[in-house]
Design a protein around this ligand. Structure first.
Ligand code: PMP
Length: 404
């Protein structure tokens, strides 16, 4: 026996590799057409503009110091001010110190888990929902209370029933172009969710990485805009609108919570990287973001249209899928009994095309007959050709893969 055999904390039994990250390792070879990752388009990164912003971060000794020295835990003040202006334009009321920069929204999720979850505490999540959130909550030994989704997002009658009988610590929701389904929580349901949360005193964690990537006429509204009682934590990120490698996101946090989250942030990493915060503030000051977002929306809409058209043409009529109005994902449902995991194996080995089996997104199992396709990070040719190959495997697979 090794004398240094690790004696982990018992909660580490709940910390396991992400299925998605394992799949991404396999499918990242260049000969595979991957619709698996939740990645923004690499051909659309504003690389020249960000390079200019990096230059700008060193243009005077004063700003260089801000970019390189330790900074405030809340975040770089000019970036917080730019974010506050954007939020005010959306009708989100802010007082005092409510914007907290985080190292990706994943850190915001993790810190909320650290701050709120005792072993056995209940958390309401959609079924399905974002795997990274499930993992973070699981790491603190949360118990999940799941609420199903339909075409209008999380079902409010089911949520109402849950809140009648239970006292969850919070409701975790991705209202806009949800990961993994691409679905929207309707405007009526946003209001209903807020009213239910307020009536029962259960805060909402509103995770909104995709709201800026809308294909309709305007940005969907934030639940946070309804909140004048300190009941909603809003998480947003620059990962999908600029670049995930920057690792800059922010949480909009009610006063009563932010007092604890700032020292918690200090325990985690003191503050989010100053250089990338300064770069983003410099980039925003050029006024270039709106044009970049407009380009992303146009391009992503084009890719979504292409993928849906290819699916209409090549996928068998016995499967169905969402037609998202924004974001990065389409969600496919196969006939029950037809399993996505072995289908993925067939797809990789026979046709070199990949997706994410949907069961990973369900807190309590299920969804084995579902899968997630990403449309943002593939070329037009790859979308058409990859979906044709996926259709070929599906059509051939149905009899063999169906459970007996
Ligand atoms: N929330 C959701 C719903 C996501 O899909 C993602 C990334 N895929 C994140 C949070 C984390 O994003 P990041 O840490 O890059 O800001």
């Amino acid at each position: 026996m090794c004398p240094f055999a690790p004696r982990f904390a018992s909660r580490m039994a709940n910390v396991n590799p992400s299925v998605i990250r394992e799949i991404l390792k396999v499918v990242s070879q260049p000969d595979i057409t991957s619709f698996a990752g939740g990645m923004p388009a690499q051909d659309l990164f504003p690389a020249d503009e960000l390079a200019a912003a990096a230059q700008a971060a060193f243009r005077t000794p004063e700003i260089t110091l801000k970019a390189l020295q330790y900074g405030p835990s809340e975040g770089y003040p000019p970036l917080r001010a730019a974010i506050a202006a954007q939020l005010a334009a959306e009708g989100i009321d802010l007082t005092g110190n409510q914007i907290l920069l985080t190292t990706g929204s994943q850190q915001g999720i993790f810190m909320l888990a650290q701050a709120f979850i005792n072993p056995g505490d209940e958390i309401v999540v959609g079924s399905p929902t974002f795997l990274g959130a499930l993992q973070a909550f699981q790491g603190f030994e949360a118990h999940f209370v799941t609420v199903p989704l339909d075409a209008g997002g999380m079902k409010m009658d089911a949520l109402a029933r849950v809140l009648e009988h239970r006292q969850p610590k919070f409701i975790y929701t991705i209202p806009n172009f949800q990961n993994p389904t691409g679905l929207m929580l309707t405007e009526e349901r946003k209001a209903e969710m807020y009213a239910l949360a307020s009536r029962h005193g259960v805060p909402i964690v509103e995770d909104d990485p995709y709201g800026d990537l809308y294909f309709g006429p305007q940005r969907p509204s934030a639940i946070k805009a309804l909140d004048h009682e300190g009941g909603v934590v809003l998480l947003r990120t620059f990962s999908k609108v600029l670049a995930p490698g920057l690792r800059v996101a922010y949480a909009v946090v009610p006063d009563a919570i932010v007092e604890k989250l700032i020292p918690l942030k200090q325990c985690n990493d003191l503050h989010t990287a100053a250089l990338t915060q300064v770069m983003i503030a410099e980039y925003l000051a050029t006024g270039g973001l709106e044009a970049h977002l407009a380009r992303l929306r146009t391009e992503y809409r084009k890719r979504r249209d292409l993928m849906l058209a290819a699916m209409d043409a090549h996928l068998p009529e016995w499967c169905s899928w969402t037609r998202p109005e924004g974001g990065l994902f389409i969600w496919v449902t196969l006939p029950s009994g037809l399993l996505a995991a072995p289908l993925l194996e067939e797809c990789i080995t026979k046709e070199k095309v990949a997706f994410i089996p949907g069961d990973a997104f369900f807190a309590h199992g299920g969804g084995e007959n579902t899968l997630r396709l990403n449309f943002s990070n593939a070329s037009e040719a790859a979308i058409e050709d990859g979906i044709r190959r996926l259709g070929r495997v599906m059509k051939a697979a149905r009899p063999q893969l169906a459970r007996s």
